[in-house]
Design a protein around this ligand. Structure first.
Ligand SMILES: [Zn+2]
Length: 325
């Protein structure tokens, strides 16, 4: 142990982590003043980046801490703790049926990507993909449940999800993650969101432009598609009830007066609830309700197929290319 006159102030200020401090560990990782004592060989075995780091002399700190060499890292200690937990503590590894918070999954992907720990990166990317799917049915379910069975998220997390998709080149996540950004307030798209640890996550300027441009197209589509459905339906020869015509014209008028912000927000929402409400109150007959619902669903599916093109990105593998027969 160094005496106080020779000890370096930054070393003395280290906070030992309460969880990741293995008594017989042989290396200390220091991140923003926080120290973790772990096994060097196990880290090197799992990560080429750590292997290279351990082979480099540590310029700022030639001395040891608690008898171990110190490696200085720039990561946030909370993120590093998640990664070390996943690596060193089998009993605390997340179960396949455990529903994790988005921020934990994002942390683990970012750091395992940085340190090239592929099995962790792949496992948690798979979790994140469950909430940014290629199928409209899954999109409906994760938006209804604010997550999948293995991850929960809120809309604002989509900014981080876009950045994770770009970082890891996970193209399949991009359309639904960018779409979720399009549905946010403009301020959020421009200024980003703050993580719990205080770090600001923002979209790149190119992604911001992509979202703002796509939002205009989505607004146009949301408006024109519904008018195209309702106009001929109101004049349909299949139904002779005046009440149906009057109600469909009323819905058209409501649509004309919907605020653009709400039109965009609901662009991928199913109209099933509205249609069944109108039908329940005998505003339209069963035939009109059924025709209306089928036309809305077909338009929604077509818009989903067109989404990558509207966003100006490539169509990822697994994205639907045509309407089901
Ligand atoms: Zn009718």
């Amino acid at each position: 142990m160094s005496d106080s006159s020779t000890a370096q102030p930054d070393i003395v200020a280290f906070v030992r982590d309460g969880e990741i401090w293995l008594a017989d560990g042989n290396v200390v990782l220091e991140a923003q003043g926080h120290a973790f004592k772990v096994y060097q060989g196990l880290l090197a075995h799992n990560s080429e980046v750590f292997r290279d780091l351990f082979s480099l002399p540590q310029p700022t700190s030639p001395d040891a801490y608690d008898g171990c060499p110190i490696v200085h890292l720039t990561d946030h200690p909370d993120e590093l703790r998640h990664l070390l937990h996943a690596l060193f503590f089998a009993q605390s590894r997340h179960g396949d049926d455990e529903r994790l918070d988005f921020s934990i999954v994002a942390s683990l992907i970012r750091l395992s990507h940085k340190y090239q720990i592929d099995h962790i990166r792949n496992a948690y990317l798979s979790r994140m993909r469950s909430c940014f799917p290629t199928s409209l049915e899954t999109w409906d379910a994760v938006n209804r449940d604010l997550g999948s069975p293995v991850m929960e998220f809120c809309r604002k997390d989509a900014i981080t999800a876009v950045n994770v998709a770009r970082l890891t080149e996970t193209d399949s996540m991009l359309p639904s993650a960018l779409l979720t950004c399009c549905l946010m307030e403009t301020e959020c798209i421009l200024n980003g969101v703050r993580r719990i640890d205080g770090t600001l996550d923002r979209l790149s300027p190119a992604n911001i432009i992509m979202c703002l441009d796509a939002r205009q197209t989505l607004l146009h589509k949301a408006f024109s598609t519904r008018m195209e459905i309702l106009l001929p339906l109101a004049a349909s020869p299949q139904c002779n009830f005046d009440q149906c015509r009057r109600m469909l014209q009323t819905v058209q008028m409501m649509h004309l007066h919907t605020r653009p912000k709400h039109l965009v927000r609901d662009v991928f929402s199913s109209s099933e609830g509205l249609i069944s409400l109108v039908q329940t109150h005998e505003g339209v007959c069963a035939v009109c309700a059924d025709t209306w619902y089928k036309a809305e669903e077909q338009a929604r599916r077509q818009l989903w197929i067109d989404l990558p093109r509207i966003l100006g990105i490539g169509v990822p593998a697994g994205w639907p290319r045509e309407l089901p027969m």
